[in-house]
Ligand binder design. Structure first.
Ligand code: HAM
Length: 434
C-alpha cells in the first residue's frame, strides 16, 4: 500500500476539489438568483470575531459555544473565535454600521465557511459552509413565512422533493420563563432516566433536553408539557398567523411542539427543513434517515442584546455540504462548467511564440480555447483535443506562420481548411454558430 503523505487535511475539514466545485457553484448561483428576486443584498463578515460575540449571542450554555468553538488569543491579547455561525456577526455589523438608520427592513444574505469542533461523522464537519438569509426590522409573521418559503424554494430549485418543514413557537421573554418552570417540574422527578448532559441541562438550559438525540431522553420527551399550551397571547397570535401564511403559500409543514433549536437567541418562530432518505432495514422495517438541511427562526431580542436598538429580526441558514451529499446521492445535476469548443495546436518554436498572442485575441473575442503549449508533437496535441471533445482544432505550423495563415480542423470529419490569420476569429465564430 502506498505510504500516506506526511501532511493530511485537518480532521473534519476537507479540500473542495475541482470536480466538486460545480455543486457549490450551483447552490451559490441559485442562492444569488433567489436573493435578487426577494430583494436581499450580499454581506460578508470576517471569519473571526470577538469570542464574546458568540458567548453572548449564540449563548454560553449552548453546545456551539460550550463545546464547539475554535477560539484563539492573538499576539495582541484579543480573544477571538472562528465563526461557528453567521447570525451574531451579521447582527454586529448591522449595529456597527447603524443599519437601523436606513429604511427597514434590511434584508441581507451571505454564504461561506464556518467552524465547529464537532465529532466528525456523515453530514457533520468541523469546517462546513452555509447559505444564510437574515431580515431586520420586521415583526410580521409574514416575514417568517417568507424566510421559510425562500429556503423551501432554494431546495426545490436544486431538485429536492419530499421536503418536510417542521415549525414551532418557543415563546418569548414573557411566556417562556413560566414554561421553563413547568418543564423543569416535569423533568426533575425523571432525571434518572436522562443522559448526564441532560441532567445538567435541567438547571442550565432545560429546553435543550427536548432537543437531545439520546434514545432515553427522547422517551422522557414524549410526555413532556408542550410550550404551545403556555404561549402568551401575542406569541399565540403570531404563531397562528404564521401557520395561516404557510397554508396560503402551500408550504407543507408539520407542527413539532418539541422543536426548540440549539441556539439561545430565538423568540417565537423556530423551524427546520428536513429530507428523509432510506437507510436500510431494521427488524424487517424500512429505516429512514432524517437530515436537517435548514434551520432558523425569529430572534427579536438579539440586536439589542448585542448592543443595538430594539429591532426585530428573523432568518435561517442551510448546510451546503449536507445538500451536496444528497444531490450526489440522488443524482441531481450540479452547475454546468462550460468546456472549450476549440483547441490550439502548435508545431515548432515560432508558432509556439505566436500562440500566446493568438490566445489573448481569442480571450478578448470570448472564445474559450484549450491548449497544450508545453507539448510539441501534433499527435499528442490532437489526442488531447479529442479527449476534450472540442469541435475544432486550430493548427499553427512554421509554414502557416510564414504565410500568415492557420488551419481549422473539424474534429468530427477531420476536414481541414486554411484561413487567413487575421480572419481566424470571424471564421471560428461563423463555424461555432452553426
Ligand atoms: P444551525 O441549525 O446551527 O443554525 O445550522 C443550520 C444548518 O447548517 C443545519 O441545518 C445544517 O444543515 C448545517 N450544519 C450545522 N452544523 C453543521 C456541521 N457541523 N457540518 C455540516 N453542516 C452543518 C444556524 O447556524 C443559525 N445561525 C441559523 C439562523 C440564521 N437562524 C437565524 N438566522
Amino acid at each position: 500500500m502506498a505510504k500516506k503523505p506526511k501532511f493530511q487535511h485537518p480532521t473534519g475539514m476537507h479540500d473542495i476539489l475541482p470536480e466538486d466545485q460545480a455543486y457549490y457553484k450551483k447552490i451559490y448561483g441559485v442562492t444569488q438568483d433567489i436573493a435578487q428576486f426577494y430583494g436581499f443584498s450580499k454581506i460578508d463578515t470576517p471569519i473571526v470575531e470577538d469570542a464574546e460575540l458568540y458567548e453572548r449571542g449564540t449563548g454560553s450554555a449552548t453546545d456551539i459555544v460550550e463545546k464547539q468553538m475554535f477560539s484563539l488569543k492573538t499576539k495582541g491579547g484579543d480573544h477571538l473565535a472562528l465563526r461557528p455561525e453567521f447570525t451574531p456577526g451579521i447582527v454586529r455589523s448591522y449595529n456597527e454600521h447603524g443599519m437601523f438608520n436606513i429604511p427597514q427592513p434590511v434584508k441581507l444574505y451571505t454564504f461561506g465557511p464556518l467552524f465547529r469542533y464537532e465529532h466528525p461523522q456523515a453530514g457533520r464537519f468541523r469546517q462546513f459552509h452555509q447559505v444564510d438569509f437574515e431580515v431586520f426590522g420586521e415583526q410580521s409573521p409574514a416575514i417568517d413565512a417568507q424566510v421559510i418559503q425562500i429556503f423551501y424554494n432554494l431546495l426545490r430549485e436544486l431538485k429536492f422533493s419530499h421536503l418536510i418543514i417542521e415549525v414551532n413557537s418557543i415563546g418569548d421573554a414573557s411566556c417562556r420563563p413560566y414554561y421553563k418552570k413547568v418543564l423543569v417540574n416535569y423533568l426533575r422527578p425523571r432525571q434518572n432516566s436522562l443522559c448526564a448532559d441532560c441532567r445538567r441541562r435541567i438547571k442550565e438550559n432545560p429546553l435543550r433536553v427536548l432537543d437531545c438525540k439520546e434514545e432515553k431522553c427522547q422517551r422522557v420527551k414524549t410526555q413532556a408539557p408542550q410550550i404551545l399550551d403556555h404561549l402568551c397571547e401575542p406569541c399565540k397570535t403570531h404563531f397562528t398567523s404564521l401557520l395561516e401564511f404557510l397554508d396560503e403559500a402551500d408550504l407543507p409543514y408539520h407542527l413539532d411542539p418539541y422543536l426548540v433549536r440549539g441556539l439561545d437567541y430565538y423568540t417565537k418562530t423556530v423551524f427546520e427543513i428536513f429530507t428523509e432518505t432510506p437507510a436500510g432495514e431494521k427488524d424487517g422495517e424500512e429505516v429512514v434517515q432524517r437530515s436537517a438541511l435548514v434551520g432558523g427562526g425569529r430572534y427579536d431580542g438579539l440586536v439589542k442584546l448585542l448592543g443595538g436598538k430594539e429591532v426585530s429580526a428573523t432568518g435561517a441558514a442551510a448546510g451546503v455540504e449536507r445538500i451536496i451529499s444528497l444531490m450526489k446521492a440522488k443524482g441531481f445535476p450540479p452547475a454546468e462548467i462550460p468546456t472549450p469548443k476549440v483547441f490550439l495546436a502548435q508545431l515548432g518554436d515560432m508558432p509556439k511564440k505566436k500562440s500566446l498572442k493568438l490566445l489573448e485575441e481569442l480571450r478578448h473575442a470570448k472564445i474559450s480555447i484549450a491548449e497544450s503549449l508545453g507539448r510539441d508533437s501534433l499527435r499528442t496535441q490532437l489526442a488531447r483535443a479529442d479527449k476534450l471533445a472540442v469541435e475544432f482544432t486550430l493548427i499553427l505550423g512554421q509554414r502557416e506562420v510564414l504565410d500568415g495563415t492557420i488551419v481549422i480542423r473539424r474534429m468530427d470529419t477531420g476536414e481541414q481548411q486554411v484561413v487567413k490569420m487575421d480572419k481566424v476569429i470571424d471564421e471560428l465564430k461563423k463555424r461555432l454558430k452553426k
